[in-house]
Write a protein that binds this ligand. Structure first.
Ligand SMILES: Cc1ncc(C[n+]2csc(CCOP(=O)(O)OP(=O)(O)O)c2C)c(N)n1
Length: 656
């Protein structure tokens, strides 16, 4: 019997012999915990014997070790990256960390993939996604993905190497300071904090500044560039001097006068609409409670869609890119007195191309990120602060008032009932016949219908830049697990968010604004690493797959049960349709046929070519979700189906 197995059996036996203590705990939880503890104990015990004989003994704690000790304190389990000479000592420290059951390295296949993985990891588990590269091309390869996280306010720690400090200016390989190809300068424009560490004593202060900045709105990536000799230097302290968890606890600051004024405005309003944006994740429970109390209709931005169940009785669709006419109709309704835009960037894609007819002086803009207020000059009022704190307080006020004031109670009940219709999200679709079509090649609308029905309610869907985003925003309507959308009612306290398993990102994840092709492929790997128990479905295009599909190999290596769905239309579909709709030249968009299933098999994944709805429905979803490794579905879709992208075409036309 193996050592791990005997430990597992021992813990299982303990579970059986302590029936009183465990009687409420399901058997699967005991087995799973036993397996985890067993693995941990064995990993710890192996540490002593696993140090390879040819590895130089480490006499002391290095700066790289201290950096990892901080990340371990934060409960961060993984660092995504690609090694190289200038970052070598960090990898030595990673090897020591792994042997001690600490933070583990995940090898990406391209540095942008590493940063996309960190992005997906942050979104899934709310811990900081960390990625590392060597100096020079490692750092420049990562820039697009860092920019994507920057534009989407995703916290991330980027660590890059540098040659040794004394060599600066003398032409060392891949020098990346201001006397070489200055990657610190390049990353300056896509990070919230960006610095070179030029002495071991600087690590703690600069790391704390970076971490604080990553989590303060506007959030985003932060960058530490650390020369190889500094990483290898003995650390001035053997363990973290700061209580980093306490330092990073979110503040509950909110504009109390603003909340009071908003409450008054709500009292005078008869019809309210909530426009829920992508940054409402943490607060979505309180926001939905607010909607239930006031009867407010809910529309979301494309990136906010995943936070609300499509079947929620107050949901009226998505406003903006790929959105629904029903959402526009709600905003257009002349009887609406207040539109509360919450945690919404209000950039081109989630403001319907800055639609002035729909967003006018009935708008109140509520956000933690005050930079976004610059986009809503039409708003009659702006409220800043932590959205969770604001909506928790509003819910409290509403509950207090309805208890003490009968008339207020009646008013709330009446508006709730007026809006509580039997809502079916399929009623809001453009071209509903295509949603039900059995035609081959498969209509993308039909593909969304089937994906939503095939996968379990806990599935995390990631839709990549391209038509995948538009099809998913408009047509993907799973019956989601309510725990994702409606978790954590009320609250707003100072509990540290780090280290929890919950997610703020909902069931559908997209990347907006910067909109980089291929983001979803790496992000799906990060999502699955962060939460191996939830099914992960990455919906992407053939162009994106050809651009960033190499991360499938990382998913194979990590044995992640991700399902990659490739919409194969032999073209850069979104641009192709954009050119057609704008009556522009059709150029630079067609690609020769590619068998992505064969490509995936060559990398060690399981794969299927799907040519009809029947072939799709015949797949064994349980097997795909349970398999220790990715599955790729190469789906031949109808390339002539026009995605719902008219807003973007309009904006481009107006810019002529
Ligand atoms: C890195 C990058 N390059 C170019 C673009 C411009 N662009 C937006 S969508 C798109 C086409 C995407 O094609 P594909 O991945 O095949 O998806 P499809 O639209 O066909 O579903 C392009 C080229 C981009 N957003 N990102």
């Amino acid at each position: 019997m193996s050592k791990r197995f005997s430990i597992v059996r021992y813990i299982q036996k303990m579970g059986e012999t302590l029936p009183r203590m465990v009687e409420d705990i399901p058997r699967s939880v005991i087995d799973e915990s036993a397996a985890m503890i067993g693995a941990l104990v064995v990993r710890r015990e192996r540490a002593a014997v696993d140090v390879p004989a040819n590895v130089e003994a480490q006499p002391t704690v290095t700066v790289a070790d201290l950096l990892l000790a901080y990340l371990n304190e934060l409960g961060i389990e993984y660092m995504f990256g690609i090694p190289g000479g200038a970052i070598g000592p960090l990898y030595d420290a990673l090897a020591r960390s792994e042997r001690n059951a600490g933070l583990r390295h995940v090898l990406a296949r391209h540095e942008a993939g590493a940063a996309y993985m960190a992005d997906g990891y942050t979104r899934e588990c709310r811990k900081l996604g960390v990625c590392c590269t060597t100096s020079g091309p490692g750092a420049t390869n990562l820039i697009t993905a860092a920019a994507c996280a920057y534009d989407n306010n995703i916290p991330m720690l980027v660590i890059t190497g540098q040659p040794a400090l004394p060599a600066f200016g003398k032409g060392p390989v891949q020098e990346s300071s201001d006397t070489g190809v200055n990657t610190i300068g390049m990353l300056n424009f896509v990070t919230r904090f960006n610095t070179l560490i030029s002495h071991p004593n600087q690590l703690e202060a600069k790391l704390i500044s970076a971490l604080k900045r990553a989590f303060r709105a506007p959030r985003g990536p932060v960058h530490l560039s650390i020369p190889v000799d500094i990483l290898r230097s003995p650390s001035p302290v053997t363990k973290p001097s700061f209580d980093v968890l306490a330092l990073l606890a979110p503040s509950s600051m909110a504009d109390h006068d603003g909340i009071e004024l908003l409450r008054q405005m709500l009292k005078d309003a008869t019809k309210v609409v909530l426009l829920v944006g992508g940054w409402c994740g943490e607060a979505i429970g309180a926001i939905l409670q607010f909607a239930a109390l006031t009867g407010a209709s809910i529309v979301t931005t494309p990136d906010g869609k995943g936070l609300v169940s499509p079947y929620h009785p107050l949901f009226r669709g998505v406003f903006g890119f790929g959105g629904h006419e029903t959402a526009e109709a709600v905003l257009r309704d002349p009887d609406v007195d207040l539109i509360l835009a919450v945690g919404a960037g209000m950039g081109e894609l989630n403001s319907g191309g800055w639609s002035e007819s729909l967003l006018n002086d009935r708008l109140v803009h509520i956000d933690e990120n005050e930079d976004n207020f610059a986009r809503t000059p039409m708003a009659c009022f702006h409220v800043s602060g932590r959205i969770l704190a604001i909506f928790s307080r509003l819910v409290e006020l509403l509950n207090e008032e309805s208890k003490s004031d009968n008339a207020e109670y009646e008013r709330q009940r009446a508006s709730r009932e007026a809006n509580n219709i039997n809502w079916n999200p399929h009623a809001m679709l453009d071209e509903p016949d295509k949603f039900d079509s059995d035609a081959t090649p498969i209509k993308p609308q039909r593909l969304m219908k089937d994906l939503a029905r095939m996968f379990p309610p806990t599935t995390r869907f990631l839709a990549d830049t391209g038509n995948s985003l538009l099809w998913a925003v408009h047509y993907l309507h799973p019956t989601i697990d309510r725990r994702i959308g409606e978790r954590r009612m009320g609250g707003g306290g100072r509990k540290p968010a780090m280290g929890r398993r919950g997610t703020d990102s909902g069931w559908l994840r997209v990347t907006m604004d910067f909109a980089a092709m291929g983001w979803a492929i790496g992000a799906a790997v990060g999502t699955a690493i962060a939460n191996p128990r939830a099914p992960v479905v990455c919906i992407t295009g053939d162009g994106s797959m050809l651009m960033n599909g190499q991360e499938l190999s990382a998913a194979v290596a990590e044995r992640l049960s991700i399902v990659f769905v490739v919409l194969n239309d032999q073209s850069l579909g979104m641009v192709k349709h954009g050119q057609r709709l704008a009556k522009a030249e059709q150029i630079g968009v067609f690609m020769p046929p590619t068998d992505f299933a064969a490509m995936a098999r060559a990398m060690g994944a399981t794969a299927y070519n799907i040519r009809s709805p029947e072939e799709l429905l015949a797949l064994d979803v349980n097997a795909m979700c349970g398999r220790k490794g990715p599955t790729l579905l190469d789906v031949a879709i109808d390339p002539d189906e026009v995605p719902p992208m008219k807003v973007r075409v309009q904006v481009l036309a107006e810019s002529k």
